[in-house]
Structures are given as C-alpha cells and as structure tokens.
Design a protein around this ligand. Structure first.
Ligand SMILES: [Zn+2]
Length: 259
C-alpha cells in the first residue's frame, strides 16, 4: 500500500486546473509521518533524478514538498502547485484537526490500543503493571516515559497475532502467500511483494480489528492484482465490504499512530 498524502501528475501531461488525483488524495498507507513543526504556507521544491512526474506531498506536520522530475521545469512545477492550492489548503487544514498521540506516555496519558483510546492506568500488585482498557502490560517502573515499553509490548503482540490472522484470511479467500513479516514501517500499513511476501505494520494492533483485517485483505488482494486498478478494488470489495469504513478510520486516526 503506497503511503502519503500527495498529488501527482504525469510529466508528459499538462497541469490541469483543479485536477483531482487518481484514487483520491489520501492513500490508505498514510499516517506514519512524525508530527513536524507547525505548517507554514511554504512549499519546498525538490528536484529528483528518480521522479517521473510532478508530485506534491504533505506530511502530518503540514510541511509540503513539491518534487520536480529530472527533466521538469520550475515554471511547470509552479503551475502545478497553483492548480493544487485548494487541495493543499484543505489538506493542511484537515491534518491540523487530526488527533495526535502524545510524545511521552505516562500514567494518565490516553493511548490508542485495539481501536480504543484508553488512559494508561496504574494496576495494583507486583511486579508493576499498567492497564490499557482490559489489557495489562508489565512495566519496569511507573515513572518516566512508558512509551518504549508499551510499544515493545504492542510490537510483540503484533508479531504473535498478525501472521496467523493473515494465513487464516489467505485460506478463507483462497490466496497463496509467502512469508508474512511484521515490521516497523514508517510510511505504510502493509505491503505485498511480487513473490508474495506480505509485510504488516505492528501498529495495526492499535487499530480496531476490522481495520487490521482490511489491511491484510488489501495486501492479499494484491496477490491477484499488483496495482490499485478498478479490478483490484472489485476484489477488495468482494472480500472486505467494509473497506471504505476502514479507510475512513485510518484517515482520521492514522496520525495518532504516527511516530
Ligand atoms: Zn495497495
């Protein structure tokens, strides 16, 4: 699943005024960029030897970068930017409204786990434990930042839960998969390689199970269509009718799962 809030157009195509990007502005894989400084109005222009088209992307902090393909011109880049101004303003505004995860987690901090925001509670007894909703996690001490410890727990759970769920859904949908790995991707929820390896982001344990299932099914359907064509979405729709709801959840909560 490619990541990022971005607008593109092919280098060969003229910039269309008010162009709507294919597939909409938000890909399902977004949400992992760390919050940056407050968004200004500036857009950084960056030339890329690898880029084949103009691309405008915005990170969670609202910082915008316009990538210029190697044979592109700054004049065309600015035309493209002008055609995307409304989208950029809208996107920055929307990003500013999104909930964010606290940088430091202490007792009382609200954390997203299994799709629910729960305050970290101190549990009684020894060794020290904290509770997030119904689940308790062992910690070394209550003082200091609990985030590294809790995220290590989340990651462990993801490694235990996500691969079997993937094999189960692969069996149900009749898709063959290779290896399933759980990773610490910063810019995507999951991916599927040409040889059938599926990689999933451990942060999916923080999302509701229907969202994690959607990402898994999405990647499984890439075994049938290695693209985001209409045919691909027909496959997704057949095995995961609630995919729009899942995308909607990711759009609104993805930032809280960012770094
Ligand atoms: Zn995809």
């Amino acid at each position: 699943m490619p990541a990022g809030l971005q607008q593109c157009f092919d280098f060969s195509a003229p910039p269309a005024a008010g162009a709507v990007p294919p597939g909409g502005a938000v890909a399902v894989g977004d949400g992992m960029e760390p919050p940056g400084p407050p968004a200004g109005e500036a857009v950084v222009l960056r030339r890329s030897a690898k880029a084949t088209r103009y691309r405008l992307s915005v990170n969670r902090g609202g910082d915008a970068v316009l990538t210029i393909p190697v044979r592109g011109s700054e004049r065309r880049a600015r035309q493209f930017l002008e055609s995307q101004r409304a989208w950029l303003t809208r996107t920055r505004h929307r990003l500013a409204q999104l909930p964010r995860s606290a940088a430091v987690w202490a007792v009382g901090t609200r954390v997203l786990f299994r799709g629910e925001w729960s305050a970290i509670e101190r549990a009684a007894g020894t060794p020290p434990h904290v509770r997030l909703g119904e689940t308790s996690f062992r910690v070394r001490r209550f003082e200091g930042d609990l985030r590294p410890t809790l995220e290590a727990h989340f990651r462990r759970r993801a490694r235990i839960e996500l691969p079997p769920r993937t094999w189960e859904l692969a069996a149900v949908t009749g898709v063959e998969v290779g290896e399933v790995s759980v990773r610490n991707q910063r810019t995507r929820w999951g991916s599927c390689s040409a040889n059938g390896t599926i990689s999933l982001n451990w942060r999916l344990v923080q999302a509701p199970s229907f969202v994690a299932d959607y990402i898994i099914l999405h990647e499984l359907m890439h075994r049938r269509e290695m693209n985001h064509s209409e045919r691909f979405w027909t496959h997704v729709d057949a095995v995961c009718p609630q995919w729009r709801e899942a995308e909607h959840w990711l759009k609104h909560h993805g930032s809280a799962l960012g770094l």
